[in-house]
Design a protein around this ligand. Structure first.
Ligand code: ATP
Length: 386
């Protein structure tokens, strides 16, 4: 609708959009999406708050965030199972949801893969993949997809005769069969055991690339997102904190939440004393960054991101820290240590296991360099009088 108006009225103004050029269109374009469910939290809280996101063609993007942050809601809006209160959704350049239109799910050209496979139990693997192809009689594609996903030998089996991994491969083949521009995957690997999960997730980018399809995959596992995605969008409380390549997320987390959730880092309050930055673990050496000189001059409150590997820990009965929990990671221990009202993650080699309840002394590794963020409770630098 909008597009036809625009293409009918050529304009010399270069800022006005003309008929879409298919080669330059984004697979998914989300613009200012807001969503609120009636009845949730008294109807006052927005589940999604102004989400802007674009997926390039062929890109695999991870939607990463803690439980309840709005990942599935965002996927359901794109698929057309929910309608946003505000904002626009375009798929391959076509507006499918906005103030003037809301296309039904089956007309959006989107494939879906769910955690629980959602296969047709009364159809064989072949029947499941062919289901979306009936109109087109394109059985060659079904055979090609079954082969691509290593299921050719199992084509005559019913879903209950397949393993979990095989069922999820079949669900992916079925989603890809009608040649969608985009596949939305909602925690597709969470029901699989570790070995199958690792194999299937490493194959996903190749399968999507072979089909020329973009993917948006929901996960709450940072390791999974960083391992397979071209870019990762980090969501928290309905807001998009950062969408960047795995390397950028790790090296330049945009917010302290990204540092805590993606890198499993410790976010500590910090304060300036003269030109030195201090935390409860002592003085820290900040990574230089654009915000630092300003904050330093104004002595604004900041937070620092400290890696679990940068904290040293030793048993000390008069120490201020106390071990509250521990996990054996195979080659190291991850301790939960409480000091004052702060809980810290500390990763130490396996040669010095500390018991739960043990008092301990904590200090920062001398060479540790920390990333600084403006503390959420502190005033905006621009509002601080000079
Ligand atoms: P998880 O990782 O646990 O699946 P999520 O990030 O996918 O979580 P959503 O399922 O999108 O989170 O839910 C986001 C918020 O919206 C939650 O607080 C949830 O309770 C609420 N919510 C989702 N669907 C509805 C609905 N139909 N009605 C009311 N509230 C809803």
């Amino acid at each position: 609708m909008l597009q036809s108006h625009q293409s009918e009225r050529p304009s010399p103004d270069p800022t006005v959009l003309h008929a879409p050029n298919p080669a330059s269109l984004h697979a998914i374009e989300l613009q200012g999406l807001w969503q609120r469910f009636p009845g949730s939290s008294g109807g006052s809280e927005w589940t999604l708050q102004g989400i802007d996101l674009r997926l390039e063609r062929g890109e695999l993007v991870g939607l990463l965030g803690p439980s309840g942050c709005g990942k599935t809601t965002l996927l359901r809006l794109i698929a057309g199972f929910e309608w946003p209160q505000r904002g626009v959704i375009r798929l391959a350049g076509r507006e499918v949801s906005g103030p003037n239109c809301c296309l039904a799910p089956e007309r959006r050209g989107v494939g879906m893969v769910f955690q629980d496979y959602a296969l047709f139990p009364h159809l064989t693997a072949w029947g499941n993949v062919c289901f979306g192809l009936r109109q087109r009689q394109n059985k060659g594609r079904a055979a090609w997809l079954l082969n691509l996903l290593g299921l050719s030998e199992l084509a005559e089996r019913y879903p209950h005769e397949l393993s979990g991994g095989q069922r999820q491969r079949l669900a992916l083949a079925r989603a890809l069969a009608p040649e969608p521009a985009v596949v939305l995957l909602d925690e597709p690997f969470s029901n699989l055991d570790v070995e199958v999960r690792l194999r299937l997730r490493s194959e996903l980018p190749t399968v999507l690339a072979q089909c020329g399809t973009s993917g948006l995959i929901v996960t709450h596992d940072p390791e999974e997102a960083l391992a397979i995605c071209d870019r990762v969008a980090v969501l928290h409380d309905g807001r998009l904190h950062q969408c960047a390549s795995p390397q950028q997320l790790v090296n330049q987390p945009a917010t302290s939440f990204v540092g805590r959730f993606v890198l499993q880092g410790n976010v500590l309050p910090a304060w300036w004393q003269g030109s030195d930055l201090h935390t409860l673990l002592g003085p820290v050496q900040p990574l230089s960054g654009p915000s630092l000189p300003l904050l330093s001059v104004q002595e604004a409150a900041v937070e620092v991101l400290v890696s679990p590997d940068d904290i040293e820990l030793e048993a000390d009965d008069s120490g201020a820290g106390k071990v509250m929990g521990r996990e054996f990671l195979g080659r190291s221990w991850l301790y939960q240590v409480e000091q004052g009202d702060v809980r810290l993650r500390v990763r130490r080699p396996m040669d010095m296991p500390l018991q739960i309840g043990q008092h301990c002394a904590l200090r920062l590794r001398p060479a540790a360099v920390v990333k600084t963020f403006q503390a959420t409770s502190s005033p905006q630098p621009s509002l601080v009088p000079s």
